[in-house]
Design a binder for this molecule. Structure first.
Ligand code: N01
Length: 610
């Protein structure tokens, strides 16, 4: 940086924050984006939209005879939650299990999201499960999708999961058979088998969605969703070199975590890239680096659990003597989390003082990110348009070092929609602000369904005791014990989707839930119990507790620009991504369920038929 630039940066940094002005600006930006239809603005990918959800790599599924046998445990989903559940079950002595997945291989999220540049924004050493068990250390601090998928395949081979898995098979219905005390399973491959237990591990951001822009189906060019990338069309691979795009004009709709990862790789290869922005996103530094071999040599057994736990505590604001991960997540959470934690522990400040302190720390953080845009984007008008105006936790934070400088390329245009989104799609392109932009391809980086019914996202029907439909049972709100079991749905276990623990690192709580389910099933199978089911009272007590400890963040999210975090601008206690996480925090949830397991699982009935 030159002296003048450094001096300018220092004076900008020192400028005091006018909170009233900032609040007014945030509110103004939010109001521009508010719309009456909330999550209904998105299109469910059924009927004519079905092509957007189909696997671009699928050939005709290999023929196989339909199954009509019986297994002890069926795990629905071959992503990380399902795989970790399978491994923990096998380690607990439950090995008669079967997995089912509609992809062609393991990986779940990482199987489907194969777009160029796909990368995990949680440190690989804490995100990728079972590293010590497989004697593997990722190549970089932040792993790209290919490495994560290859690791899923490694885990599949190491633990014998391939021979237990039905790929390219979509579960269609689960029906509880009272006489058999088993679930009847029906799939799209004609299978009709039974299973004693079912573990649902379908993920939480599994079902892609499109915005309901008029005319999507009229477009005559190529169009797909980032989670179904068409390499036939683009050429190249996840590392880029998308050579078939050389003479193509591409519109990328959406600038969330996926959009900002893929955009720079498209820009490098295509004739012209239009980045269609509805809300500018906050982009923090990534700072990836190769794994240090000396560090790997220094690792002691138990290192991954220690590192995961250290990260989890820091991002919850629990001070630690050391920050093992030491990245953008822990940097911000050490500040914001520490304020919350210190006050919660010591009661030294009023709620209002604490809120103000948080707001100021938040404002400083966002100001730093807005300055980052100015520093990286040469055209001041473009830089201004890319600045995010909302509080840090209104939207999922993103991390990238290539996205902002990409706007200095001559073949990239930012099409800002003033918070309104694309007006219309025509046969030849898209219309924004009354102007048509002809393009050859439209790529939707528009995210995944959140807040719709669980069974819709999992695309299955579940009927429990007396034909009770799970969709009806959970129509108002989830009703679970610890987010894992539900009364009326015996022998059914959920990895997610709600009322369980949340964490920045999704897979840490998933492993806890996997161990929890493994403890229950090991006991059930050991005791010969045929039915495991929480009592109605246990569920009601847990739901009441869940609501009591729920974070009171509705007012915060009401002030936020719409996103899936706040149910697209319509936050309520039970809707929206974050309100379905256990408000007491991961540590409290963990202690509660481990104590409960040790106390003999009160409220969970284990029944053996005479
Ligand atoms: O989806 P999103 P995503 N016209 O919902 C825009 C995880 N993830 O796939 O902000 C124009 O975040 C919408 O605009 P707005 C991670 O949890 C993780 O990027 O609503 N634009 C937004 O920009 C993440 O949060 C990694 O105004 C429209 C975008 O589409 C989650 O997946 C990597 C529009 C949707 O953003 C989803 O991320 C990638 C319209 N009509 C993803 N409608 C990791 O690294 C919507 N948009 C771990």
């Amino acid at each position: 940086m030159t002296d003048t630039k450094a001096a300018a940066a220092a004076s900008r940094a020192a400028a005091p924050i006018d909170l009233d002005a900032l609040r007014a600006k945030y509110r103004q930006e939010r109001d521009r984006r508010m719309r009456g239809d909330g999550i209904r603005q998105f299109v469910e990918l059924v009927g004519d939209y079905r092509g957007y959800i189909e696997d671009p790599d699928a050939n005709d599924a290999e023929p196989r005879a339909p199954l009509d046998d019986d297994v002890s445990v069926l795990i629905v989903g071959g992503g990380w939650s399902g795989m970790v559940a399978a491994v923990r079950l096998m380690q607990s002595g439950v090995s008669d299990l079967r997995l089912i997945d509609n992809g062609r291989d393991f990986g779940g999220t990482w199987y489907w999201n194969r777009y160029p540049g796909v990368q995990c924004d949680i440190e690989s050493y804490i995100y990728m499960p079972l590293l010590e068990e497989t004697d593997y250390v990722p190549r970089e601090k932040y792993a790209f999708g290919d490495e994560i998928r290859t690791h899923a395949e490694r885990v599949g081979r190491k633990f014998g999961l391939y021979e237990r898995t039905l790929f390219e098979t979509q579960l269609q219905a689960l029906t509880w058979d009272e006489d058999l005390s088993r679930w009847r399973v029906r799939t799209n491959r004609g299978d009709s088998f039974t299973t004693r237990h079912v573990v649902m591990a379908c993920g939480s951001l599994n079902r892609p969605k499109l915005p309901g822009i008029p005319g999507i189906l009229d477009f005559k060019g190529t169009s797909f969703h980032t989670s179904r990338w068409d390499y036939e069309y683009s050429g190249g691979d996840t590392t880029g070199n998308l050579h078939k795009l050389a003479d193509k004009r591409i519109a990328l709709i959406g600038t969330g975590a996926s959009g900002i990862q893929v955009a720079p790789l498209i820009a490098e290869s295509c004739e012209h890239l239009y980045v269609v922005q509805r809300t500018p996103v906050a982009v923090a530094p990534r700072g990836n680096r190769p794994t240090d071999p000396d560090w790997v040599r220094s690792l002691q057994p138990g290192w991954q659990e220690e590192r995961r736990s250290n990260f989890q505590k820091l991002v919850s604001g629990v001070p630690q003597p050391e920050d093992l991960v030491d990245d953008a997540w822990t940097e911000i959470m050490k500040i914001l989390g520490a304020i919350a934690f210190r006050v919660a522990q010591e009661g030294e400040k009023t709620q209002a003082e604490r809120d103000l302190e948080m707001e100021l720390a938040d404002a400083e953080r966002m100001e730093t990110l807005r300055r980052r845009v100015e520093d990286q984007v040469k055209d001041p008008a473009v830089a201004e348009t890319l600045k995010p105006w909302y509080r840090f936790f209104c939207k999922r934070p993103t991390f990238n070092d290539r996205y902002l400088p990409m706007f200095n390329r001559p073949n990239v245009s930012l099409l800002d929609t003033g918070g309104q989104g694309v007006e219309r799609i025509t046969a030849d392109g898209l219309v924004i602000g009354g102007k048509e932009y002809p393009v050859d391809c439209i790529i939707f980086a528009t995210g995944f369904e959140v807040g719709t019914e669980y069974t819709r996202r999992a695309e299955i029907e579940i009927f429990g005791r007396g034909g009770l439909s799970l969709a009806d049972h959970w129509a108002e709100d989830y009703q679970t014990l610890h987010g894992v079991t539900a009364h009326g749905f015996p022998n059914l276990f959920f990895m997610g989707p709600a009322q369980g623990p949340g964490d920045v690192n999704f897979l840490y709580p998933a492993d806890l839930q996997a161990r929890y389910v493994a403890r229950i099933l090991a006991r059930a199978l050991g005791e010969g119990a045929e039915v495991v089911e929480p009592t109605e009272e246990a569920v009601q007590a847990y739901v009441a507790h869940f609501r009591e400890v729920a974070l009171d963040n509705i007012e915060f999210y009401r002030e936020c620009t719409p996103s899936y975090y706040n149910n697209e601008g319509d936050p309520s206690k039970y809707k929206g991504f974050l309100s379905q996480r256990y408000g007491g925090g991961f540590a409290q949830y963990r202690k509660m369920v481990l104590d409960w397991l040790d106390e003999g699982m009160p409220g969970l009935a284990f029944t053996t038929r005479e």
